[in-house]
Design a protein around this ligand. Structure first.
Ligand code: BGC
Length: 386
């Protein structure tokens, strides 16, 4: 990772002097005094096209940092304190842009236009059939061949009482097969209570489907050489979506009670993940399913809590979304070389992707993912450490 800082934006809480779109250029050096919070912009290399990629490091007053690049709106690092106050990176990712361009399974990226799968890459909307790019055993996954994780976003640090980075991207009518020009805004705000808030917003000029999420892979131990099997999980969800062999929901909303999918009480990820007597565990190769939140109020409410016992880190996920995809890194196999040269092995990271249900465009009984002109798509997810 290139670290030559090109710009320091110091947004002192007391001064509140950040300009709307440009961070205040106060000095070219790190300030001597600890800032209340800051956004640092630095060089993250360039794409094969020559386009420069920038890294924005958001820092809160406690010292938590989140590194975000404008390629894919990707979270490339995130430091969180352990029980002794030691900050360590708790996300999987790459040290350089080359790693991301070479190909990673959506590490930390914004996923869209549609998070998760659409069966056979086809759906009907307002009497028309749309055919999407197919990129996952005959299905459409995470927005297609060049989804939102592989495009350049426009990044704009925002003024306010917390370090905030707004990313915008306009997806063209027909991109990856989707109808309508879709204007997307994703805003990352690092709050003073060690929470990262992600606000998603989108508008369209033609009816389309939208399901945005973030695909951060976490290993709360800070040691991604080890698996996540000892992490303890609670999901506030009493039903989940069984899938077929290609991971498309069957349409059933199945109670978790009495299955390895019951995380309404705390279980380690590893406790039942290899219970291959369960068809769904077999199909997912572990956990790779959408859980339906019991509280269907669409308010920002607690969806998941994950505890890593050794470090003592606890992460809470709150969301306005109806579901959460819990994926346990079943497809990681040591091929991707990540930060500090670590080869990410099977189940060394987990994802909690807040979202609408996969394949909703083909399942009229699922909550709709259709967005029409004059409507605003708006969701919020918070990842909070305590
Ligand atoms: C999907 C997995 C997929 C992973 C990485 C998850 O959201 O559900 O099936 O392998 O993303 O691509």
């Amino acid at each position: 990772m290139k670290t030559n800082t090109s710009l320091w934006a110091i947004c002192l809480l007391a001064l509140m002097s950040c300009n709307q779109n440009q961070p205040t250029q106060q000095t070219t050096e790190k300030p001597a005094a600890t800032p209340t919070f800051s956004i640092e912009k630095s060089d993250f290399g360039s794409l094969p096209t020559g386009e420069a990629v920038s890294l924005y490091t958001l820092r809160n007053k406690n010292g938590m940092t989140v590194g975000i690049i404008n390629y894919g709106g990707t979270i490339v690092s995130w430091t969180a304190p352990d029980k002794n106050g030691k900050y360590e990176d708790i996300t999987l990712g790459c040290d350089s842009i080359e790693g991301y361009v070479k190909g990673v399974p959506y590490f930390g990226a914004i996923v869209g236009r549609y998070g998760n799968r659409i069966a056979k890459g086809k759906f009907n909307l307002e009497g028309k059939t749309y055919t999407l790019a197919v990129n996952n055993i005959g299905n459409h996954l995470h927005g297609g061949i060049k989804g939102f994780d592989k495009v350049m976003w426009t990044a704009m640090p925002q003024s306010g009482s917390d370090p905030t980075l707004k990313l915008t991207y306009t997806s063209k009518d027909g991109e990856e097969g989707y109808p309508g020009n879709l204007a997307v805004e994703v805003t990352y705000t690092l709050l003073a209570d060690n929470a990262l808030k992600i606000d998603y917003k989108a508008t369209t000029d033609k009816a389309t489907v939208v399901n945005l999420t973030n695909h951060a892979y976490f290993n709360l131990s800070g040691k991604p050489e080890s698996t996540i099997l000892d992490h303890e999980v609670v999901l506030n969800a009493d039903r989940f979506l069984p899938v077929d062999k290609t991971l498309i929901p069957t349409g059933e909303l199945k109670p978790v009670a009495g299955t390895p999918f019951d995380f309404t009480k705390k279980y380690t990820i590893g406790a039942r993940i290899n219970d291959t007597t369960d068809t769904q565990i077999r199909y997912g190769g572990g956990y790779d399913h959408a859980w339906i939140l019991t509280d269907n109020s669409k308010t920002l409410r607690l969806a998941a809590t994950v505890t890593e016992p050794t470090s003592g880190r606890v992460m809470e996920v709150l969301t306005t979304e109806p579901a959460i995809q819990f994926y346990t890194g079943n497809f990681l196999n040591g091929e991707v070389i990540g930060k500090k040269g670590v080869k990410y092995q099977h189940r060394t990271g987990f994802c909690l992707e807040t979202e609408h249900y996969p394949d909703s465009p083909n399942k009229p009984a699922f909550p709709t993912t259709t967005l029409k002109p004059n409507e605003v798509y708006q969701t919020t997810t918070v990842y909070k450490f305590r």
